[in-house]
Ligand binder design. Structure first.
Ligand code: PLP
Length: 394
């Protein structure tokens, strides 16, 4: 009896997995046999890696690995508890202070991942009687956060991508007690920027919070890599909550939210994904303190990254696929059809180039693409190799 019911249960999963496969949407993982870096070893082959978000090439950096190892020797392997119980160690506190200073906000709170950081912000700020206004192309973690806010009783509105007039109409029509505007700063699948000055002006006019996810701007954009706010010369004011991830340009893992002292205290007291989870190992904070120094002193890395971006965009001009306007490390080559995108990624793979195909539901239907992620670790030759292969396959 138990066997029959479990095979029925599994059978229904299998049917859905087969549907995914038939639609060209079934996922599988590749195992890397090398640290994250410009070269990835997979199945005994070396591939040029255009798939990681390691924009400054810090993930495999020996100095950061040393800071992590030293941190573990000094502070142990684990934190032992959640932050509010007994898991908040000195390196965690030092990292929060350093992140606050770096971003220019009075306070910051660290999280285990960006996903958890986003889950802490929107549903904590917005519940019954409140309203969330979210860009249609926001990252999945912001969408899930919005759904949680909705479950808490908030009204949610999604405005067309970067459409300030549409957002303005929604804000003007809302009589919510608390209004929360939520946006990616750099959109993760297109690499384009949100119109942050316009969003900030609307937030001021309608007295709304502005929640900014700077996963792909932190470390890369603005003076010293301070991020998208610095890029636009926007102030670190109390109505802004700035989220940044620490597993991309920072090369380690985790995330933070920076804001006013009161807003951060509020999140610390009410953010469920902050409260009900074990603090990350303190050695991670030690590695991140070292990473922050590398970011602050990383103008040469950012110059190399920007040179790589310019070289790719220049060389990709006569390819038959669209390369939308993006000044960031994320360079999407829009192919359209799911299978065509997969075929192109496969052909590049056969030539020793790892560029992931991104398909729905991660991106809208009909916009399957190659998502080229550039890094300061790439050389001009690496970019030329990718361009030559794409020209050959065009
Ligand atoms: C990667 C990403 C996240 C999630 O961050 P993790 O630390 O990987 O959980 C959130 N928002 C955006 C825009 C991202 O690209």
């Amino acid at each position: 009896m138990p066997e029959t019911s479990s095979s029925l249960l599994e059978g229904s999963l299998d049917a859905e997995l087969q549907e995914l496969a038939a639609a060209g949407l079934r996922r599988q993982r590749r195992i890397l046999d090398s640290p994250c870096g410009r070269i990835a070893t997979v199945d005994g082959r070396e591939l040029l890696n255009f798939a990681s978000n390691d924009y400054l090439g810090l993930a495999g950096d020996a100095g950061l690995a040393r800071a992590l190892a030293d941190g573990a020797v000094t502070w142990g392997a684990g934190s032992g508890a959640s932050h509010l119980v007994a898991g908040h160690l000195q390196p965690h506190a030092d990292l929060e202070a350093a992140l606050a200073e770096f971003t220019g906000f009075p306070a910051a709170l660290t999280f285990s991942t960006g996903y958890l950081a986003n889950l802490a912000v929107t549903p904590t700020l917005a519940g019954r009687g409140d309203a969330v206004f979210a860009d249609k192309l926001n990252h999945a973690s912001l969408i899930d956060a919005m759904q949680l806010a909705k479950a808490n009783g908030a009204d949610v509105h999604r405005y067309p991508h970067n459409d300030l007039p549409a957002l303005e109409r929604l804000l003007a029509a809302s009589n919510a007690r608390r209004k929360v505007i939520v946006t990616d700063a750099v959109f993760s699948m297109d690499g384009d920027l949100a119109p942050l000055p316009g969003l900030f002006a609307l937030a001021e006019r309608f007295d709304a919070w502005l929640v900014i996810d700077d996963a792909h701007g932190f470390g890369v954009l603005g003076a010293k890599g301070r991020g998208s706010l610095a890029h636009f010369n926007l102030p670190a004011t109390p109505r802004i909550l700035l989220m940044g991830t620490l597993g991309k340009a920072a090369g380690v893992g985790g995330a933070f939210v920076a804001g006013s002292t009161r807003a951060i205290d509020y999140l610390l007291n009410k953010g469920r994904s902050y409260i009900f989870t074990t603090a990350t190992p303190p050695a991670i904070a030690c590695a991140l303190l070292a990473s922050l120094q590398r970011i602050e002193n990383g103008n040469a890395l950012r110059q190399q990254l920007n040179a790589n971006i310019a070289r790719l965009r220049d060389g990709a001009r006569d390819l038959p696929w669209t390369l939308p306007a993006s000044m960031t490390a994320i360079q999407p080559l829009i192919v359209g059809d799911n299978q065509a995108a997969l075929d192109l990624a496969q052909a590049l793979w056969a030539r020793g180039l790892w560029v992931p195909a991104i398909r729905p539901p991660t991106v809208p239907r009909g916009t399957a693409r190659l998502r080229i992620s550039l890094s300061a670790a790439h050389t001009a030759d690496d970019i030329d190799r990718l361009l030559a292969a794409l020209k050959e396959l065009a």
